[in-house]
Design a protein around this ligand. Structure first.
Ligand SMILES: CC(=O)[C@@H](O)[C@H](O)COP(=O)(O)O
Ligand SMILES: NCC(=O)COP(=O)(O)O
Length: 238
């Protein structure tokens, strides 16, 4: 079964736009769980433009499903935040300073020693680790050498090519996932997954453990409502 983790960054973006507590991030997270989401994902960024560091503490205190914190482990503040909260999973993303959104995975070969060190820091604290990677066989092999439990396949390229040629768009992901499975790595995926492209992805990627979805899901909720939207996404995964 593939778990749906709802990324609630966009709820925090909306809240922050007026400075108050509407919408209430913690309430939305609890509602996502109540409506069937099997996890909550946040991706705090150093400028706290959406998720604030305090949000992570507030969420950790109440979340009953899987809590996944994504971010840049080169920021000491991020490392401290994760270690203080001990989520079920940390996803290491190589964010550049000030970037709009995540736009690449880790070069697990070039940064092998550094990643090995960071994976050990989190695993020693009992936190499952996932490394964000592009769908490239050599990078999946590089991930194995870091000691990570899982990889998260960066799906932007799949999503952007899906409407032109589905088979071509998914081909590198199938190969990367087959390699990961062969090596015993767990497989997550995310970025720009939506109601159009999710089913095909989930049907074609072997052993897909989890998808984290934010932007499209929260946008769809404007039309369908949050409860219906979560059900629609779960249906794509069933
Ligand atoms: C790693 C990933 O693909 C998502 O977490 C994405 O980066 C969301 O971050 P933003 O909401 O800041 O775009
Ligand atoms: N890890 C990907 C994620 O959490 C959500 O990305 P997106 O759906 O907002 O593109």
């Amino acid at each position: 079964m593939t778990k749906l983790s709802v990324n609630i960054n966009k709820i925090a973006t909306l809240r922050n736009s007026r400075g108050g507590n509407n919408p209430d991030l913690v309430k939305v997270a609890l509602d996502c769980e109540r409506f069937g989401a099997q996890g909550i994902t946040v991706h705090p960024r150093p400028d706290e433009r959406h998720i604030r560091y305090q949000d992570v503490f507030d969420l950790k205190a109440v979340i009953a499903t899987e809590f996944n914190i994504e971010g840049n482990c080169r920021e000491q503040k991020f490392v401290d935040l994760v270690l203080a909260n001990k989520p079920a999973q940390v996803t290491l993303v190589p964010d550049a300073e000030g970037q709009l959104t995540s736009n690449h995975g880790w070069d697990t070969l070039k940064h092998a020693d550094y990643l090995k060190e960071m994976v050990a820091v989190f695993k020693n604290a009992g936190i499952r680790v996932s490394i964000f990677v592009d769908p490239v066989i050599e990078l999946v092999e590089g991930a194995l050498a870091t000691g990570t439990d899982r990889i998260e396949l960066y799906t932007e390229a799949y999503a952007s090519h899906f409407h032109q040629n589905q088979a071509q768009a998914i081909a590198p992901y199938v190969k990367a996932a087959q390699k990961a499975s062969e090596l015993g790595l767990g497989i997550n995926a995310g970025h720009d997954l939506d109601l159009h492209n999710l089913k095909y992805f989930a049907q074609n990627i072997p052993n897909l453990l989890e998808v984290s979805i934010g932007h499209a899901l929260i946008s769809d909720a404007l039309y369908y409502g949050l409860e219906n939207t979560i059900q629609l996404y779960l249906k794509q995964l069933s």
